[in-house]
Design a protein around this ligand. Structure first.
Ligand code: DAH
Length: 328
């Protein structure tokens, strides 16, 4: 027959058990089929009734105690394991849950929303293209064959010979013109990529917004009027604009557009009349149709508008910077 000393023995052994597996073994040892308790319960049968009653009460009380010890140890092990898992995840469960943080729109999102509103109001539709592009859409179809110097001017991030992270949103011009017949009036905002080392004015990933109109009458003065409406609408004031002759393989003539900002001329976009070869490349008759296009830097506009001096702040995800935005 077991006696009460087994309780203390079990308690000590349980304290040394460090995991569930060992606890299961301890349970088997003290309460399992071959345990002393089981043997004692079987032995009860051989006792006379009075002795059996007494012994039965004792053995069952011991059995119950052993069960309690093992159960309590299990609770402790589970708590310890949960605490360890939380510590590994770096979660502080003591943190107050009643801090309610309201999100704010990212400055780039705000600019995008404003441009979208202005472009919609002029009857443009939005179009999106893939960020991983083929050489054809990013260069060749935009009148920029592989040997062209403009290909090496852009610090393109290549995936392989034929695939790259688009270096500008102009690739969407081609994707749209392949799908939609003129008249076409689209704008296409999105991320673009260049192999640039980040500094205050460069980021390997930044945002552009492309604009494209192709119909039978689009002129350079339409382009200028569109850009004036867009830029003045964005800044909420009348602006001095300057168009400098420039070169892009896919426009002719081509311009850089500058705005006079705090006494300085700042370049905000490239633009021009769509090159006839680009139209012919997508099967649009350039003797019938003509168009204009522009590509503006969303980051540049955002930085000017919100007085941001370092482009990296737009991509760092620093909450103290982002929380300054107006609430959603
Ligand atoms: N894709 C040019 C760039 O990234 C910008 C640009 C210039 C876009 C002229 C145009 C354009 O649509 O007509 O520098």
């Amino acid at each position: 027959m077991v006696d009460e000393s087994i309780i203390e023995q079990c308690r000590q052994e349980a304290e040394n058990v460090a995991n569930q597996h060992d606890l299961d073994q301890l349970k088997a040892k003290y309460l399992g089929g071959k345990s002393a308790i089981r043997e004692s319960l079987k032995d009860l049968a051989s006792l006379d009734p009075q002795a059996r009653n007494q012994a039965s009460a004792t053995v069952n009380a011991i059995k119950k105690q052993l069960g309690v010890i093992i159960h309590e140890r299990k609770t402790v092990l589970v708590e310890e394991q949960t605490a360890r898992a939380l510590a590994e995840q770096g979660l502080d469960t003591a943190l107050s849950t009643d801090v309610w943080r309201q999100g704010a729109l990212h400055p780039l999102t705000k600019t995008f929303n404003q441009l979208k509103r202005l472009m919609y109001s002029m009857g443009f539709d939005v179009a999106f293209g893939p960020e991983a592009e083929t050489f054809y859409y990013n260069f060749t179809a935009l009148n920029t064959p592989r040997h062209h110097p403009a290909v090496t001017l852009q610090d393109t991030i290549y995936i392989d010979d034929d695939q790259l992270l688009r270096s500008h949103t102009s690739s969407v011009q081609i994707r749209m013109l392949e799908k939609v017949k003129p008249p076409v009036r689209i704008f296409s905002p999105g991320r673009v990529f260049r192999a640039d080392t980040p500094d205050a004015t460069h980021s390997p990933c930044f945002m552009q917004c492309e604009g494209l109109v192709v119909d039978q009458t689009a002129t350079l003065s339409d382009l200028i009027a569109t850009l004036r409406y867009l830029l003045e609408g964005f800044f909420g004031q009348s602006l001095d604009l300057r168009f400098r002759p420039s070169y892009f393989p896919f426009t002719q003539p081509s311009f850089e557009c500058d705005i006079l900002f705090k006494g300085r001329w700042l370049e905000v976009l490239g633009c021009g009349m769509v090159h006839p070869d680009v139209l012919d490349n997508v099967g649009i008759d350039s003797s019938v149709y003509q168009g204009y296009a522009f590509g503006l830097g969303i980051d540049r506009l955002t930085m000017l508008r919100y007085h941001i001096e370092d482009i990296r702040q737009l991509y760092d995800g620093d909450l103290s910077f982002l929380a300054q935005g107006e609430v959603l």
